[in-house]
Write a protein that binds this ligand. Structure first.
Ligand SMILES: Nc1ncnc2c1ncn2[C@@H]1O[C@H](COP(=O)(O)OP(=O)(O)O)[C@@H](O)[C@H]1O
Ligand SMILES: [Mg+2]
Length: 327
């Protein structure tokens, strides 16, 4: 009997420190598809119209557990579907309503639905959550400083399931996460098959203020967003200060930018000054100073601690401004 050769599994990774813009870049790229669901009036081997889900982007849960991952997958599936078909009942409502949740069963149920809708791409964000990262305290105590991070996996089942999804079910996968998380994931999966076959994209942080990409693309655009009458000109000195105070992490650059405006708004003169950035870094941004210092040190060992020092939780950033408004 003739057997169709199986295409190699497709998986790609995006890696970068927290706040370098991974999620933003991926969602913008996926957003260039006109529709998240394509409705085919007819489809081979299917009676009636067929609705294909082009992509689905899901966060790996903080717990790293199978039941929480399956819950996220199901919720996000239902959300996308109900946006397009608000009159339809949610596919996973009854499973999600159950008191006791069996992670393995749920992952299987979701996979069945996703593959039968020919899901084009599954994006799993924050994959470092599959691993229990060592606490800062433990890392400090580590005697062998040359060895990479020891990461212990929370639930092996999730990784096996991901492998089956890409290998057996041929669902293209995009994973994104921090360098230690992606490192642990690829190391863990490399024995079985070459895991990341479709691209390994590193989002670096901006280290050099004169770097073309930072200066010409990011900085010169950013200076247009000054909400004062007398603006600061785009100078190498200004660019240098921003890199110095933010460690070159886009999320911190934007936070610093907003904080400097706050400082400026507190005086009568309608202008923005370099001192405002320094003042903002010393006040509003003070909790982040140790993380920035770790990055600026350029010592790999200290830089590796950045992820411990920076708040990763998006909720932190959402409440950042209200919580520090009393400063
Ligand atoms: N291309 C960009 N242009 C401007 N700001 C950006 C860009 N990418 C990221 N940012 C800023 O950085 C923040 C963090 O980006 P995000 O994608 O959430 O980072 P990550 O997923 O790597 O932690 C965004 O909310 C935004 O303020
Ligand atoms: Mg992110």
């Amino acid at each position: 009997m003739h057997k169709t050769p199986r295409a190699p599994a497709m998986a790609a990774a995006v890696v970068g420190h927290s706040g370098t813009g991974k999620t933003e870049a991926i969602l913008r790229a996926l957003g260039t598809y006109q529709n998240q669901i394509i409705s085919h009036e007819s489809f081979p081997n299917i009676v009636g119209p067929h609705h294909q889900v082009v992509y689905l982007s899901v966060d790996t849960p903080a717990s790293g557990r199978a039941s929480d991952l399956a819950t996220n997958l199901m919720r996000s599936w239902d959300m996308v579907m109900s946006k397009h078909f608000p009159e339809r009942p949610e596919r996973f409502a009854s499973t999600l309503a159950k008191e006791r949740r069996d992670g393995a069963k749920m992952l299987d149920e979701w996979r069945h639905v996703a593959t039968s809708h020919f899901l084009g791409l599954l994006h799993l964000d924050e994959v470092q959550n599959f691993f229990q990262l060592q606490s800062l305290e433990k890392r400090r105590k580590r005697t062998d400083k040359t060895e990479g991070l020891q990461l212990s996996i929370v639930e092996d089942y999730c990784l096996k399931w991901i492998l089956t999804l890409t290998n057996t079910w041929q669902t293209p996968l995009l994973v994104s996460g921090t360098p230690d998380g992606i490192g642990a994931l690829t190391k863990r999966l490399s024995n079985t098959e070459r895991f990341v076959s479709s691209g390994y994209h590193v989002l670096p942080l901006f280290e050099d203020a004169q770097d073309k990409f930072f200066y010409d693309m990011f900085f010169t655009s950013l200076v247009n967003y000054q909400y004062v009458k007398t603006r600061l000109p785009a100078t190498p000195e200004f660019a240098e200060l921003i890199i110095e105070l933010s460690g070159g992490i886009p999320r911190l650059i934007i936070a610093l930018w907003i904080a400097a405006h706050r400082v400026a708004f507190e005086r009568k003169e309608d202008d923005l000054r370099l001192e405002d950035f320094k003042h903002a870094a010393a006040t509003y941004m003070a909790p982040i100073a140790p993380a920035v210092a770790a990055l600026r040190s350029k010592e790999p060992e200290r830089m590796a601690r950045y992820e411990d020092l920076i708040p990763r939780d998006d909720g932190y950033w959402a409440t950042f401004w209200t919580s520090v408004s009393s400063i």
